[in-house]
Design a protein around this ligand. Sequence first.
Ligand code: NDP
Length: 336
Amino acid sequence: MEFRYLGHSGLKISEITYGNWLTHGSQVENDVATECVRAALDAGITTFDTADVYANTKAETVLGDALKGERRESLEIFTKVYWPTGPGGPNDVGLSRKHILESINGSLTRLQTDYVDLYQAHRYDTETPLEETMQAFADVVRSGKALYIGVSEWTAEQIRAGHALAKEFGVQLISSQPQYSMLWRVIEDEVVPTCRELGIGQIVWSPIAQGVLSGKYQPGQPPPAGSRATDEKGGADMIKRFLNDVVLTRVQALKPIATELDLTMAQLAIAWVLQNDNVSAALVGASRPEQVYENVKAAGVRIPDDVMKQIDQVLDGVIERDPAKTAANSPQDRPA
Ligand code: NDP
């Protein structure tokens, strides 16, 4: 495993980070979830990402159980707040002071830890004054329940405003967690330059485009049994945006490029996001331990510049680059 600093902080994280969205407490049985976490630890992953909303809090519980007995100082545990959890009351959502200060306690109980290393705003809350949100996050840090704070899917402008307030309140906003892959590059024009300037690192989600960039979804064919595209508990709905034959045909054309570098397609996809020096970690999911062992081999891989250009040529026409998609894909109002 290779380690990178998370933004301009002194915190080092494994450049391949394990995440449990859609898997723990949902698609994957608990024993397999535990095996995946064991595989991650065995392969040198030290950083684990979850959220209170994943499987409506069950994912945090599964991860907490799976990490039980590990030396806390050897792990970096990240979670998030924003999306509705619990019975769905008016204050069970968003980034109000009330919801942040209550949610952190629930997350810590489920994760069986006294603190998380990173507490992230899972989206921007258009209905809470940003000062209130950042003050509440600062209080979470000052109470010792989180060491650092971060955001997810915020625009460059929102990140800049949040970063300035965090600084004013004496805490470090060090990370941004956006979607980023060969197919989804919307952060490159605005979010990445702003974060470079402010010393914020990206922890990028769905680097394999939820499995699509592994090449296992073939154009014109039904999805393989047991894959996310067949997961009716949520996965199938989430992955469908990438499942069209134009995209899948282009993705198949990446296979010879991966083979030439002696990589699998999933490894190529993970290594690709890690070529960006503003990326602190590729946040990878797994439904089986074998995937973890395969994927970690992307750590430390250098893709030559001419191959990076070749990848762009192969995917030309199916890459999403519009920076407006960050805001467009986030809720305009706080979800009920
Ligand atoms: P990936 O792009 O890594 O997709 C992971 C899925 O792809 C696996 O569950 C598996 O699904 C399949 N897969 C993984 N490795 C391989 C392989 N080698 N060969 C074939 N298939 C493979 O990322 P995710 O979409 O899972 O997201 C990763 C993490 O990012 C999440 O767990 C979460 O922590 C974070 N995230 C954050 C979001 C946010 O809003 N901040 C939103 C979404 C995710 P299967 O076997 O079922 O097909």
